[in-house]
Every structure is written in C-alpha cells, then in structure tokens.
Design a protein. Sequence first.
Length: 519
Amino acid sequence: MRSSSVPPAVVLGASPLTVEQVVAVARRDAPVVLADETLARIRRTREVIDALAGDTVPHYGISTGFGALATTSIPPEKRAQLQRSLIRSHAAGSGAEVEREVVRALMLLRLATLATGRTGVQERTAATYAAMLTAGITPVVREYGSLGCSGDLAPLAHCALAAMGEGEVRDAAGDLRPAGQALAAAGIEPVELREKEGLALINGTDGMLGMLALAIADLSDLLRAADVAAGMSVEGLLGTDHVFAADLQALRPHPGQADSAANLRAMLRDSGIRASHDSSACTRVQDAYSLRCAPQVHGAARDTLAHARAVAERELASAIDNPVVTLDGRVESNGNFHGAPVGYVLDFLAIAAADVASMSERRTDRFLDVARNHGLPPFLAADPGTDSGHMIAQYSQAAIVAELKRLAVPASVDSIPSSAMQEDHVSMGWAAGRKLRRSIDGLARVLAIEVLTAARGLELRAPLRPGPAGAAAIEALRAEGWPGAGPDRWLAPEIELAHQVVRSGALVAAVSGAVGPLA
C-alpha cells in the first residue's frame, strides 16, 4: 500500500544513503533523483567500458561468459546479446512474491551503487531505475533464487528484466501488468543493455541489505515497545523498580542496558501500584529474572541492533560490483559481492528477537498463574472456571516463541556450492533476511499479547492505579477499541488490535507523551 503522504525526494549524490532514506523510499514512496554530479560520474566511467567494448583482450563481464563460463570468449557482435541473455537466464526466481517494500529497497540500493560511478552502466540505465521507483513500478520478485553470493542474483535479475520491458511488475495501484505495458503507461523507455550492464545490475548484496535496513527500523521501534511491555508487567506483578537504578546499571556499562533501564524507571515512576508494596510488609527479596533482568536482555538486543546498524552503514557506503571500475580507470575482479557481513548480522538479529520474545512470554505466563501473580485471579479470568481469561493467548505466544527459536538457527553457516564449483562458498544472506522478517513479525505479536495481558492485570489491581506510563499504555489500547477487563469474549480481534497499536508506534508514542521520550 502506498503512503498517503509522500516524503521529500531522496537525492543520490555524494553522500551515502542512510537507513532512514532506504525506509522512506521502500515504505513511504519517496521519489528518487540522480544529482547532476552523479550523472557526470556515471558518464565518465561508462567511457572506460566503451573503450574496452571491442578489445580482443578478455575482460570479465564485458567480453567473457559468467561464473564457470568466465573463460569463454564472446565475439564483439554478441556482447550486447550476452548482457540480455544474462538477465533473462538469471531471472529464475520461484515461489511467492516478495513484499513490495523489499523489492523497492533492493532496486534503490542497486541504483545507489550505480550512482557511485564504479559499475560502468549507461546514464540512461540508472535514470530508468530512478524513474521506475518514482513511478511506483515494482518488479515481481520471487521468494527463492538468491544464495547471497555473486550478489542477490535472481532477485536483482527480475528487476533488470522489468527495466528491459520484460517480465511482470506491479504498478502504483498494485495491479499485476506486463513490464513493457507498465513502463509505457508511465512514459519510461525500456533500457537496451550494453557491455557489462547486465552484470552490473545483478551483482550486489542489495536484497539482503534492504531487508536489514527495514529490520533496523522495525526493531528500533519494537525494542522500545518491549521496554513498555516489561514495565507494565513489572508494575502489574508487584515487582520493584529498585533494581533498575542508574548506579546499579552503571556497574555493567553496556549502553543498551542503560537505555532500557532508564525506560523501565520511567514506566514505573509515580505508580500507585508500585507504592502500595514498597514497605516492610513486602517480604519478597528479589523478582524473577524475566522482570529483574529485562534491561540486561533488552539492552543486549539494543547493542546487537547498534552493531547491525554499523554494518548496514558501511554497506550503504559501498560500491559493490564485479568487476568494478576503479578510481584510476582499471576494471578489476573482486569478491565484494559476498554477503557474509550482512548475513551474519541478519542472523544475529533473529537470535536477539527470539530471546526478547522468549522473556516477554515468561512475563505473560506469570500473570496467569495464581501461584506467581500475587493476588490476581487465575488466568486473569472474570469468573475463573466459567471463563478462561488469557489462558490461550499465552498458548499463541508460546507457539510464536517456539517458531522464533527455529528461525534463530543461522542461515549464514550454510553453503551450497554453485556454478560448477566456481562459486563454491556462498553466504545465504538472502535467506537470513527472509527469516528475520518473519521473526520481527512474531516478536511484535508476542509483545502485543504481553501488553494486552499486562493492561488487563493492571486494571484488575483497582482501586490501585498505575503510573502515568502504564495508564497511557492502557489508554492507547482503549483508543483503538479495547473494552478493558471483563468476561470472556472473542479474543483474536483484541490481540490484532494490540498488535496494531504496537506495530504502528502508537503504544510508544502514548507512553512518551506521558513521561517524555523513551531511549
């Protein structure tokens, strides 16, 4: 779905793209513009390739075959056909369509590399990619086909095929159309590939990097939501905020831990529920790990995310192609297309997402167990026995957490050789990105169930009142139609409601409005 408000254009020029710019183009349909200096840089490098186009000396990607066929010399009269054949044969994806935002991200990132002037494409080819993005024309890319080495070959080939006017696309309205027809309707001329261009359009880590950029944006929001959920649970389960004190956290100076603890302190500030048991009458010495250690786990996930962002920023500043045209005009083969750096952090983030979700589920379960919830009814039911309360909501959480643990098994440790053993070690980074997207969706749903359960638990503490943060979180749910605690009713829509409140950012926004911005 296209955004109702289009953000400012993203200009590809001297500065590398940011994660936020990738998200703006991928999700919010920001138009894409090539700066004048970018076009000049592309033209200068194309001159290098044109000078080699008729050379009798073999140059990979210009006058030779590809992969295991790199020793096959291609005569000059077949070198343009070589590029077209490369795209057609490599557009070999299979399975379900990849999400629109992922395809837009990978097209943008391939264009960003073209804009560096290190690939040797024609100015017209780069301009066509920019025009397709701005017009909302999205090539149909299939789920399977990339091994994450020699670039995301099949996904990128489907994009290049569409730029040639072949294959299928989704237009701005989301309708499936032949690529040539959609380009014509948008006033875009299909490209006619020349020497090296086919290879330049498919030899990059753009798909996995695009998924990483989107995941960074998602997890930045969800880890704040995880702190909100944990704070609501600590409050509703009569836990203490003493363990979140800044001086205690400073004894282990991880930055993510400090930020998470600060959020938890804000969540419990001025809580009537918290104050009610802050006395000698409370005999509990310390809370369970899922409450007490939330900053340590959430903080570790935050620091993992910071590392992933650093890797993404380096990739966004890269010019990934093979061969590449160097600054002094050489055309050199290299291995920069290997996806290991991106694949590793995609896998790392899936581990963090699974663990944050696992801790969230444990907090939810504590609310439902009369032996551990400190005076709340079994399963938070209005009429225990007749009503089941949130019993099965926790089952849904447990099923998702089990799936997240399976998705946390790294893809990047696998490798299946290809291209007659020429490409004998691959990163599987595309697969790591695909499973991380499912992990993020699962984490959001687990947190939503915790928030919904904690809100119910906080209401059942009446006449005690939660603090401003907890009250704001409850109000965010009510603003979307949650009726509050009560007898059993159809629960699935309420879980979806909570999921929307979490994913949209409304939960964190409501809490931030009550207690100040969260870290």
